[in-house]
Design a protein around this ligand. Structure first.
Ligand code: PMP
Length: 400
């Protein structure tokens, strides 16, 4: 009965790794994957995560019962505190409904389905470009997806004027997706002053901000700096959505641990919103997994472990920043034509190189370097050893 089923295309991001795995070359390099690698090119489990896991294993009172539909209570409280700030008035006033969800993706999806059921405006504006899964998550979640201008290929920076114009002409009430920091795939973020202008525009038009926070602490190395945008929007007393992921900043990719927080106008609204979130979650996956959230809660509630986490997080962020500088210098020393300063200006895990799809194909064929066809490279996949190979490939692609 399934003879008619046609083969689906490989996911454009995960497909890069599939192609990489098939390549027998010893010099092959995978810069497609959005996961941190050490200088030795290995995945990293943070020490603090190992310690938290040990604590959990040693605690014989722990059982494997189901969590409530909304997840682990401690985890939810601590997650809201982490992104909104310990002194956030919204938290003190009990105006935040938080549910544990399946990493960033699951949190976005729960948010989308809640909006589709309970919000009067069904259109969400997402940046152009954005993470490839966004349009699908929101579209299948029941919203109609439109884009706003974000990236300017000419400057390899923000198209701030275009952004203001597009959000300025969005119908009042529309939802606006914002990357809290380290915009994926461009690595281009608004400055604090630009964020303030965006905030004023969003509030004056009664648009609803929906933050995707997948890189808190991972971009600048500071948890507070990377949460500034979100906190500006919560400080004004208005409503907003925040989807958090612990994939990158705690290296918990496969544990699928994240949270959705909805900042509401009052404690009463927040508790009604939470009751409706349960109705979204129950038929979708019933309740979230216990292990990853327990790791996060163990780290966030222990002063010493928290401190250790911030140090390990900063080390990851610093290694990525150092890769930016090394790649920039390597291109400069080769005299590669073009202005490559965007490599050090952009932030977070990715550099949007500006290489086109033919150049990317050339680099894959001739140099066995794998990346998405939009020219996005994961700086976390680079090491001091592999920078020269990448610089040679970019140089060849830019001069051929
Ligand atoms: N949002 C953005 C912007 C991302 O880059 C990612 C991960 N690539 C996610 C959400 C979701 O990640 P996860 O579901 O693994 O937390």
């Amino acid at each position: 009965v399934f003879d008619h089923v046609v083969r689906a295309p490989e996911d454009p991001i995960l497909g890069v790794t599939v192609a990489y795995n098939k390549d027998p070359s010893p010099v092959k390099l995978n810069l497609g994957v959005g996961a941190y690698r050490t200088e030795e090119g290995k995945p990293l489990v943070l020490n603090v995560v190992r310690k938290a896991e040990q604590t959990l294993v040693n605690d014989s009172s722990r059982v494997k019962e189901y969590l409530p539909i909304v997840g682990l209570a401690d985890f939810n409280k601590l997650s809201a505190k982490l992104i909104l700030g310990a002194d956030s008035p919204a938290i003190q006033e009990n105006r935040v409904a938080t549910v544990q969800s399946l990493s960033g993706t699951g949190s976005l999806r729960v948010g989308a389905e809640f909006l589709a059921r309970h919000y009067h405006e069904r259109t969400i504006y997402i940046p152009q470009p954005t993470w490839g899964n966004h349009p699908k998550v929101f579209g299948l979640g029941g919203l109609s997806v439109k884009t706003y201008r974000y990236y300017d290929p000419a400057t390899r920076g923000l198209n701030f004027q275009g952004l203001l114009e597009d959000l300025g002409s969005a119908p009042s009430g529309s939802v606006v997706l914002l990357h809290a920091c380290a915009h994926n795939p461009t690595g281009v973020d608004p400055t604090p002053e630009q964020w303030e202008q965006i905030r004023q525009l969003i509030r004056s038009k009664a648009l609803l901000p929906f933050f995707d926070s997948a890189y808190q602490g991972f971009a600048s190395g500071s948890l507070d700096t990377d949460a500034l945008s979100v906190r500006m929007f919560v400080a004004d007393g208005g409503e907003c959505f925040v989807a958090q992921s612990y994939a990158k900043n705690m290296g918990l990719y496969g544990e699928r641990v994240g949270a959705l927080s909805i900042v509401c106008s009052s404690a009463d609204v927040a508790s009604r919103v939470e009751s409706q979130l349960k109705l979204v979650i129950r038929p979708m996956y019933s309740n979230p997994p216990i292990h990853g959230a327990s790791i996060v809660a163990t780290i966030l509630k222990d002063r010493t472990l928290f401190q250790e986490w911030t140090i390990e997080l900063k080390a990851m962020a610093d290694r990525i920043i150092s890769m930016r500088h090394q790649l920039f210098e390597a291109l400069r020393s080769r005299g590669t034509p073009g202005d490559w300063s965007h490599i050090i200006k952009q932030i977070g895990m990715f550099t949007f190189t500006g290489l086109n799809s033919e150049q990317v194909a050339f680099m894959t064929k001739e140099y066995h370097i794998y990346m998405t066809s939009d020219g996005r490279i994961s700086m976390a996949g680079l090491s001091s050893k592999t920078v020269p190979h990448l610089a040679d490939a970019i140089h060849a692609a830019a001069t051929q």
